[in-house]
Design a protein around this ligand. Sequence first.
Ligand code: CP
Ligand code: NVA
Length: 335
Amino acid sequence: MPVNLKHRDFLKELDFTRHELQYLLDLSRDLKRAKYTGNERQRMAGKNVALIFEKASTRTRCAFEVGAFDQGAHVTYLGPSGSHIGHKESIADTAAVLAGFFDGIEFRGNAQTDVEELAEYSSVPVWNGLTDEWHPTQMLADFLTMLEHARGKVIQEVTYTYMGDARSNMGNSELVMGAIMGADVRICSPKELWPTKEVQDAAYARAEESGARIMLTEDPDEALPGSDFVMTDVWVSMGEPAEVWNDRINLLKPYQVNAAAMAKTGKDHARFLHCLPAFHDTNTVVGRDVAAKTGMDQGLEVTDEVFSSPANVAFAQAENRLHTIKAIMVATIGD
Ligand code: CP
Ligand code: NVA
């Protein structure tokens, strides 16, 4: 059956079949090639796109903006302050208003229920640019990047380990996306930071359909061997209070991606992924602050040694945010 995603929202991975997500990955690859070779055809000329960011962003915002511009569309950015959303105007009313101006709406915020509500009351597609629970646009970039570095393997033959805080957006999304796509997914984290039972159940259900292999473990020695890719995320996410840093460091120190962890994969060609931003040195305010308090001056979730090594493909992954987000827009609102 041909895939048709026109007018669809893009809210979370679980809303899509493996076939549909593979279509978006294929379209991303095609759009990337078209841009590289100067053959891009504009399929969003005359369209208008709204970008709502209740949290900070570098990559996601730039990917939506450049992706829209490349495709001939115009964007309006509504940042964490400066609009009425959530303060003086409900999400439902905002959705009804914006749908009269725009052809598509991106939303980055806190609760997944907020983006779901926006979509419910919007007559135009809504794209989730990250919530506390899910980061679905990031997953397309991660899977495109893995495919590009998989040395000829298809995604069903790829093994990856996600280390660290596994009950936030990135941990949930990496687990569920791998389950849908049929990969060998290993989540390695202390039990208190595992995805909820609901997320785990959804992943196991999708794995039954796809043939994905799923491992949740507290033991890096169990997870890492045989991994083609090792990935992690910040230990404290946007919206969490700074006071959790101490506890989080104590819990997650054994899950730092360092040279020893990479060596445990047993694969010379193992690659490192990170959605970014990353605390790999003390060149950030937070990195400096945490290093001063804990002495961890060689990086937090990933060491500078790994981050600076040829194994790191996080910048290729960041560029792929553009091609994959463009694919989502083209598929859902393109002509
Ligand atoms: N990875 C990611 O979503 O980056 P931004 O927060 O910069 O958008
Ligand atoms: N888990 C991180 C991802 C940032 C892209 C956060 O929510 O801050």
